[in-house]
Design a binder for this molecule. Sequence first.
Ligand code: NAG
Length: 321
Amino acid sequence: MSNALEQLKKYTTIVADTADFEELTKFHSQDSTTNPSLVVAAAAIPKYKPLVDDAIKYAKSVTQDKKQQLTLAIDKLFVNFGVEILKIVPGRVSTEVDARLSFDTAGSIKKAKELIQMYKDAGIEKERVLIKLASTWEGIEAARVLEKEGIHCNMTLLFSLVQAQACAEAGVTLISPFVGRITDYFKQQQGGKDFVAKEDPGVISVQGIFNYYKKHGYKTQVMGASFRSKEQTIELAGCDLLTISPKILTDLQQADASLVTKKLDASTLPSDIPNKVVPDYKTFIWELNNNPMAHFKTAEGIRSFATDLGKLEKTIEQLLA
Ligand SMILES: *[C@@H]1O[C@H](CO)[C@@H](O)[C@H](O)[C@H]1NC(C)=O
C-alpha cells in the first residue's frame, strides 16, 4: 500500500538526514552527509572503532607534529565515515570544511582539496563527494573556485534569498536551505506560537528560492533541510531534494498518500518571482545584515559547527596521546 513517503518520493529525491548506517539502509537514502556531531556520536559506538583507530594510525604515520596529527586524524575520520556511507548510498556524501574557515576563502579551498585528495587515495572519485561550506561570502567564493575545478559543493547555513542568489551565480552544485531553524526563530519571536505549514516562514523561504532558481534557469539543486514536522516536508513536495530525519520519515510512512500533492513545479511558477540579482560583495553583506533572522542564524550555525568540531578534537586528542 502506498503511503505519504512513497508519494513524496514521486516528486522529490529523499535523503535520510542521518549518518547512522542502519537508518541509511532502512530508508534507501540516495545521498548522505557526515558532520562533527554525527561523527562524535558514531565514534562512541564500538562497531565503528576501527574507523577511528585507522584515522589515528594514519595521522601518526604522516607526522610527529601534534597539531598536524590532530587535523589529519579528524580529516581522515570524516573521510573514513564518508567511504563507509558510500558503500550504502548510491549517490553522494557531503563532507564539511572546518567551520572555523567560514571567513577564509583560501583556507577553505585548501581544506576542500585535501579532503578530495584523501577520498581519492581511498578510491573515491570527486563526483561522489560534496564539499559542505557555510553560505558566507567567503564560503561562496571558495565554492566558485572549487566548482570550476570540478569539485562539487553543498552550501549549508543558508537562510535567505541573497545567499541563494550568490550561490547560484557561483555555479554551486547544491544548496541546502534550512526550514526548521527559520521556523524556530520566528516561533520564538511570537512567544512560542506554532505556524501552520502553509504559512511557515521556513517553508515560504525555500519555496521562494526554488521558484527563483527555476524562473531564472539556474541548475543549482535545491535540497530543503532541517524539518520540524512532516507537514513542512509535504508543503515542499516537488523540491529537487529534501533531507529528512528518520523520525519524520517514519511519520510520513504512517501517513496517507493522499496528503501529498505536487506543491513546487518548475512548469507552473507563480507570477511574483523577483527579478534576477547578481549580488556583489557589498550588496550581499548589506542584504544579509538587513535580514536579522538570516544574519543571526548563519552566525549561530557557524559557532555551533565550530563547537561541535572542538568536541571532536578533544576526543581525538586523547586518542592521539
Ligand atoms: C548537504 O548539507 C546538508 C546540511 O546543510 C545535509 O543535511 C545534506 O545531507 C547534504 N546534502 C547531500 C546531498 O549530501
